[in-house]
Each structure stands twice: as C-alpha cells, then as structure tokens.
Design a protein around this ligand. Structure first.
Ligand SMILES: [Zn+2]
Length: 70
C-alpha cells in the first residue's frame, strides 16, 4: 500500500491573507511529489515539516477517492 502524508509546500503560504497558500496535499511517503503532481520548485523550501490533519487539495482528494494510486 502506498502511504501518504498530509503536507503543504513550505514557503508557499503568505502570512495571513490567502487560503490558497495553505493547501494540504497528499504526499507519497518516500517521494517528494503529491498525488496531484504538485511538487516544489527550485525556489521553494520544499514540503513543510508540519503534517496537516486533512488533505485540502481537490486534485489530491480526487486521486484518493478514485484510488488511482498503486
Ligand atoms: Zn495536491
């Protein structure tokens, strides 16, 4: 089974303002890419150390629902 963790991209969140900066993705353990394909760019700090409680990324949720993950 694929194990996933709930993470968000570090550095993506801008303090206070928007919700889009705090989207939690389902990230495959051992990989640095979310189910939706999101990953960090060269300018980003990578995935946050913080583990969220729930995935809020719609595309990740879709993947989880449809079990497209091996
Ligand atoms: Zn996602």
């Amino acid at each position: 089974m694929t194990q996933i963790t709930v993470r968000r991209l570090a550095g993506a969140a801008r303090s206070g303002s928007d919700r889009s900066g705090s989207v939690y993705h389902a990230v495959v353990v051992g990989q640095d890419i979310a189910l939706c394909g999101a990953t960090y760019g060269t300018r980003s700090a990578g995935w946050s150390e913080y583990h969220g409680r729930a995935v809020t990324c719609r595309r990740c949720l879709k993947k989880l629902e449809t079990r497209e993950v091996a």
